[in-house]
Design a protein around this ligand. Structure first.
Ligand code: FRU
Length: 485
């Protein structure tokens, strides 16, 4: 670790100390989501289960609540509930990453931890340069930078970043999010035998490639993996037009499923499906853990989507990550479910079975407050059903359409909403409610809504409304939250 790294780490620590009281007094501080200790957090990075410990890094701007020269912040855990915040793993200290240690991934080889990331550089005129870089660690806490391993190939702009590395048979592969010189988003594949020398293989798919029409001007944060025999490419495209209920956020995150021909660098795939229907979800990353689970964590934010309107800005921090979700393939689509370790956060269960509401709005005894987990199972929804949280947010269902609405973050007089049409009738809603977020798993994880919410801190009420008759049961657990050390 260089002297410059140490200086930058020390400056970040000063910033943490300076704002600690202010940040921690914010009623919107979360209890079971990863946040920056100060400043801005965005993408999850380097997510890996290594020697029995989950390492979860994140894009971190300690000195500001806007974007800038990012660090890699670092959380570790053995069980997804007890977490330690480590000192910053990587800082923008070298010529090849001086304007940001941008997003990337982790793999392990010969007992070492390898981090791949994008070095973001601006030259004197403000032009962007990009370098794919490597850092290596023996202990998972201190990283030694090895410098640049991939330079920008011909045919792409400097929007070329976010290396995700994995092993297939005896070879290493790297997928990169890119923009072609024609302003098309692409996913670009590389191959290596030793993690240092990388061979360029080309675009596996992208906007205006054979498989797709016009599909955005930039693709960020790609991730390739196998899920029950399917090859999956997760990617965050920029530049999709809103289309009915789809693509309602400023930028999207979703997946293609199909078959990747590693020799030809060709991905044969179906259509794009959004992973999440809420207001804040972007740049997710997955890892395969030692128990064989494919686990995903996303950023609970979207770039350029009124980030400065988040009320936490005045307390010198912004954004958090989603809870970890286990992915499976049901033969047709990805299913997302909260990892089961989160049950460890639960207090005793409160159960109400067979509640009936008819043309009325009601509270259900004891169901209130935050942070809580609610599991609602429906016997019958005759016409319309809605849950109202804290006089602030509503989740409603009618004619197969599930709608989440909240006061517009910039213009609070307006309501903004996100919707999805369910293929099957609504049978289950599984809600994780934190001090300033809501994650809803619909029908056992066929759809998910992830959003920040900013209700009045003292507001505890949860109300249920039915037009016609609705019959349902509720389980509620108060949540203890993560234990941070
Ligand atoms: C996605 C992203 C990445 C980039 C990082 C910079 O949110 O723009 O493409 O590496 O954030 O923080």
């Amino acid at each position: 670790m260089s002297e410059k790294d140490q200086q930058l780490r020390a400056l970040a620590q000063e910033e943490i100390d300076k704002y600690k009281d202010k940040v921690e007094a914010d009623p919107y501080r979360q209890s079971f989501h990863h946040m920056p200790p100060v400043g801005l957090l965005n993408d999850p990075n380097g997510f890996i289960h290594w020697k029995g410990t989950y390492h979860l890094f994140y894009q971190w701007m300690p000195f500001d609540t806007g974007h800038g020269a990012k660090f890699w912040g670092h959380y570790i855990s053995k069980d997804f509930v007890n977490w330690t915040h480590e000192k910053a793993a990587l800082t923008p200290s070298d010529w090849f990453d001086k304007n940001g240690v941008y997003s990337g991934s982790a793999v392990t080889k010969d007992d070492l931890l390898y981090l791949f990331y994008t070095g973001n550089v601006k030259d004197e005129e403000g032009n962007r340069e990009t370098y794919q870089c490597l850092a290596v660690s023996e202990d998972g806490i201190n990283f030694e930078k090895k410098g640049v391993v991939v330079n920008l190939p011909e045919g792409y702009t400097a929007h070329f970043r976010d290396p995700k590395v994995w092993k297939k048979a005896d070879q290493w592969f790297m997928i990169i999010g890119a923009q072609s010189k024609n302003m098309e988003g692409k996913a670009v594949l590389f191959r290596s035998n030793d993690l240092f020398d990388w061979e360029f293989l080309g675009n596996i798919t992208g906007s205006n490639e054979e498989q797709l029409g016009d599909f955005g001007y930039m693709w960020e944060c790609p991730d390739v993996f196998e899920l029950n025999g399917k090859d999956i490419l997760i990617v965050s495209p920029q530049g999709l037009e809103e289309d009915g209920m789809n693509y309602a956020n400023t930028y999207q995150s979703g997946y293609f499923a199909g078959t990747l021909d590693y020799e030809q660098a060709e991905f044969t795939h179906g259509t794009f499906s959004e992973l999440d229907r809420g207001f804040e979800f972007y740049a997710p990353q997955t890892t395969l853990d030692d128990n064989g689970r494919r686990i995903l964590i996303g950023w609970m934010g979207v770039p350029d989507q009124y980030e400065q309107a988040h009320p936490t800005i005045e307390n010198q921090w912004v954004h958090c990550l989603t809870i970890p979700r286990e992915l499976t393939w049901n033969g047709e689509q990805i299913i997302q479910q909260p990892v089961e370790e989160l049950k460890e956060m639960r207090g005793p269960v409160l159960l109400h079975s067979s509640i009936t509401i008819e043309n009325d709005q009601k509270a259900v005894r004891g169901v209130e407050g935050k942070p809580v987990e609610l599991n609602i199972e429906f016997e019958e929804i005759e016409d319309q059903f809605a849950i109202e949280l804290f006089q602030n947010v509503s989740l409603s269902y009618k004619d197969s359409i599930l709608t989440l609405s909240r006061p517009h973050l910039e213009d609070k007089k307006r309501t903004e909403f996100r919707r999805v049409k369910l293929e099957e009738k609504l049978t289950k809603l599984h809600l994780f409610i934190d001090y300033s977020s809501l994650e809803v798993f619909v029908n056992d994880g066929k759809e998910v809504f992830t959003s920040r919410i900013f209700p009045q801190a003292e507001e505890e009420r949860i109300l249920f409304t039915s037009l016609g008759t609705t019959t349902f049961s509720i389980e509620q657990w108060k949540l203890e939250g993560f234990q941070f050390s």
